[in-house]
Write a protein that binds this ligand. Structure first.
Ligand code: SF4
Ligand code: SF4
Length: 448
């Protein structure tokens, strides 16, 4: 069975919600829309205090090509254009809407009728990209890169296939798994739209072998969608890393940063993004809600919830039985790549794939011991880096050393930290080192 070549680890899967069908979360009393829900320039507000909005009303426009607009996910009145502390821990511009009722913009098709490419033969590649851009679609796997940019290969580049990420290798998270089971046709039409947008005849959907029901359902239905092949993959973290997935499925190697998948003829999208593209193009629906896994051993009723963007995380925890007394940590995302939240008013954003609660015991960090030079972290790194060196040099602010040792290639998967017998906090230090070096590189390039 296919997988990537070097490194990788096997954390406990803990997919507590794999068999829990999704359900809609309650509409919050107040929704909070951060202007930083994507990579690139933040969105620019186009509403002011007192404006009345519906679901699907434009709140903020894209500011440049690498940016994305933000739409209201609720109906009500804009109560503030202010700043909030978002999941990053920074104070950032945001629009706050007090909710009244649930009115939608008329042009959004809310029916569940399936619309296929055969129903819309007039759609061109340019139409699809334009609708994706207008709807504010970004990478739903957590990367949040504006999708229209990925669907517009730079001049001189040409894709020959699309790779769809249905891996969901992060422990605990099951939203993509449920989406493939519950919205199979919509995801497959979304993939067909991506293929048409980038003008290729072939798409591969990588799914880890721990989701046999999703593999079977997708294989059965994909038979009716020309050019889409489902590829079962070995269970190994981080199989869902873009470079790892491309290598596992096509055998191709993406060059180191700033190298991109398009340089090896591939465009990668997540299954959640494919579904959002279906809704944007076929239902005229901007990105206003998403599925999020709310999970953890101390939680009474872990669930897969359809949450409106802007819903406070606390409301989702309440939906799942409330905050457990022994909760020690709340993480936005999964346990390997997610980040601890500083407060529970943080809203659901376009890239929020999971919310994980850990009890006191699980969340306590083991005592850090000296490095014993065992090299386990080196063997686990899927990018072939030397994590102990990157982490130590970052801790000592040796930015020239970490840059020379290719810290920008780190995908922040946490495999090194997971495998370390001395409990070294490698990922924390490497993240600081990587973001510092990237800022230094940007500053150098700006001077050129
Ligand atoms: S976090 Fe970075 S250094 Fe550590 S294993 Fe992953 S890619 Fe390698
Ligand atoms: S795994 Fe931990 S103890 Fe082993 S070499 Fe890496 S940092 Fe050192």
């Amino acid at each position: 069975m296919k997988t990537f070549k070097i490194g990788g680890v096997h954390p406990a899967e803990n997919k507590l919600t794999a068999e829990v069908p999704s359900r809609p979360a309650a509409i919050p009393a107040q929704a909070v829309f951060s202007m930083y829900q994507h990579i690139g320039s933040p969105a620019k507000p186009v509403v002011k205090k007192g404006d009345v909005v519906k679901v699907g009303t434009l709140l903020a426009e894209a500011d440049g090509f690498v940016s994305a607009p933000i739409y209201s996910s609720v109906s009500g009145t804009v109560s503030k254009v202010d700043a909030i502390v978002d999941a990053s821990g920074y104070r950032r511009p945001a629009i706050i809407v007090d909710v009244q009722g649930d009115e939608w913009e008329e042009e959004i098709d809310r029916s569940t009728d399936l619309v296929t490419l055969a129903d819309r033969p007039e759609l061109t590649s340019e139409d699809i990209v334009a609708r994706v851009k207008k709807a504010g679609i970004v990478g739903m796997g957590g990367a949040t890169f504006p999708t229209h940019v990925k669907l517009t290969p730079p001049p001189g580049s040409k894709a020959d296939c699309v790779v769809i990420n249905g891996v969901e290798c992060e422990p605990y998270l099951t939203a993509d798994h449920r989406l493939m089971l519950e919205k199979t046709d919509e995801v497959l039409v979304g993939i067909s739209l991506i293929m048409k947008a980038v003008k290729v005849e072939k798409a591969y959907v990588g799914i880890e072998n721990n989701k046999p029901d999703a593999i079977a359902r997708m294989q059965e239905k994909a038979a009716r969608y020309p050019g889409i092949e489902i590829v079962p993959l070995k269970v190994k973290y981080p199989q869902g890393g873009e470079k790892q997935l491309i290598q596992a499925i096509t055998g191709r190697e993406v060059p180191p940063p700033p190298g991109l998948p398009i340089q090896v003829g591939v465009v990668v999208q997540n299954v959640g993004t494919a579904f959002a593209i279906y809704e944007a193009v076929m239902k005229n629906k901007p990105l206003v809600e998403r599925m999020i896994t709310v999970t953890g051993k101390p939680l009474a009723r872990p669930a897969n919830l359809w949450a409106r963007i802007g819903t406070p995380m606390k409301a989702l925890i309440d939906e799942c039985g409330g905050m457990p007394e022994d909760c020690g940590k709340v993480i936005g995302g999964g346990p390997m790549m997610g980040k601890a939240l500083m407060n529970l008013d943080v809203p659901v954003c376009k890239g929020s794939s999971g919310l994980l609660l850990m009890n006191d015991k699980e969340s306590r960090r083991a005592a850090i011991q000296p490095c014993i030079r065992c090299a386990k972290c080196v063997g686990a790194c899927p990018m072939g880096l030397e994590p102990y060196l990157l982490a130590t040099a970052s801790a000592f602010k040796k930015w020239d050393v970490v840059e020379a040792n290719d810290i920008v290639s780190c995908i922040e998967c946490g495999s090194c930290q997971f495998t370390c017998p001395s409990n070294r906090p490698m990922l924390d230090n490497i993240r600081i080192g990587k973001s510092t070096v990237m800022a230094l590189i940007r500053a150098r390039n700006a001077k050129k």
